[in-house]
Design a binder for this molecule. Structure first.
Ligand SMILES: Nc1nc2c(ncn2[C@@H]2O[C@H](COP(=O)(O)OP(=O)(O)OP(=O)(O)O)[C@@H](O)[C@H]2O)c(=O)[nH]1
Ligand SMILES: [Mg+2]
Length: 304
């Protein structure tokens, strides 16, 4: 496989601005909903955002749970809660999981609301800022809570560009924020996962490299799903030890592309076309329900 450039600009200027504004606007809210992608609960949580949110009450929401491996989602929720981080799984597009979210919200707000009631402010609104990596479903979540299409959503990162208050008609007042990444994603696997699942703009990435690296991860965790979807043998043996370089993953990549008819005139494999097809299958759940990370992998904390 060709050597391709590796330097993705994760952190355009507007994200620095949005991160700075997050710190200032935190003063205006009671609570933070931090969305992460349930398929990559580690990689889609922003360490800079984590630092900025600090001690402000928060709920980590593993969104898109309908696309994730349910047993692993439960593991992640248990792990977060064991670390004293309130967490719940959500399927914003299907409006599932909201009872638990509302319950935790009210638990976290109980003291504040009781104090307000003592001072005569009964039914005081609860103000929530919704933050998280791009494309993790912040605006979709807000629309589900508001019961109307109040925020713009889209299946690409960077849809929400500026903050916006949205009233739900009930007790919640929600602040939609632009999705933010962080300047230095040191963990290469995190970078790949974030890109594969749509948090990084496709235009600035090497799509073939991302698809190839994601295929490697999938081969390790979900070989059967690949076998089933693409009707190929997943054989990662490197063959004879004769010193020649062999790349079984690239062979699998090519075999899958061929099966899918991604062939150019002259018989060459159309790597880019297959890369897009492969990643779209994955993002939209056609390959199956997947979670690319488990808590055990991160026992020693993050390295970015
Ligand atoms: N399958 C599934 N898709 C979801 C879910 N929540 C959101 N989506 C989809 O994910 C995409 C991104 O949703 P948005 O709400 O625009 O995400 P966002 O976090 O506001 O994105 P930015 O504003 O770009 O940061 C859309 O295509 C949504 O339909 C979910 O729970 N399940
Ligand atoms: Mg948005």
């Amino acid at each position: 496989m060709e050597e391709r450039k590796n330097d993705i600009n994760w952190f355009p200027g507007h994200m620095r601005k949005a991160l700075n504004e997050t710190g200032e606007r935190l003063k205006l809210v009671d609570l933070v909903y931090e969305t992460a992608d349930a398929r990559i609960p580690f990689s889609s949580r922003n360490p800079e955002l984590d630092r900025i949110i600090g001690d402000k009450p928060r709920i980590v929401i593993l969104n898109k749970a309908d696309l994730a491996d349910p047993a692993k989602t439960t593991k992640w929720i248990d792990c977060l809660e064991a670390h004293n981080i309130r967490a719940c799984a959500l399927e914003s597009t299907h409006k599932k999981g909201f009872d638990r979210l509302n319950k935790i919200t009210m638990e976290l707000m109980k003291d504040k609301l009781e104090k307000a009631a003592e001072k005569g402010r009964i039914g005081r609104p609860v103000r929530v800022m919704v933050v998280g990596a791009p494309n993790t479903g912040k605006s979709t979540l807000i629309n589900a809570l508001a019961g109307r299409k109040a925020a713009v959503t889209g299946d690409k990162p960077g849809v929400t560009k500026d903050f916006k208050w949205i009233m739900t008609g009930g007790r919640l007042e929600l602040m939609d924020m632009a999705g933010v990444l962080w300047p230095r994603i040191a963990n290469a696997k995190s970078g790949i996962c974030l890109t594969a699942l749509g948090s990084v703009k496709e235009e600035i990435t090497d799509i073939v490299k991302v698809a190839y690296e994601t295929l490697k991860i999938m081969t390790d965790i979900y070989p059967d799903l690949l076998k089933e979807r693409y009707s190929v043998d997943i054989n990662v043996e490197t063959g004879e030890d004769d010193g020649s370089f062999q790349d079984p993953f690239y062979d699998i990549f090519l075999a899958m592309a061929k099966k899918r008819g991604c062939i150019m005139s002259g018989g060459r494999i159309d790597e880019e076309r297959f890369a897009r097809l492969f990643l779209n299958d994955l993002r939209e759940g056609r390959t199956g329900r997947i979670t690319l990370e488990v808590p055990e992998d991160f026992k020693h904390g993050r390295d970015d």
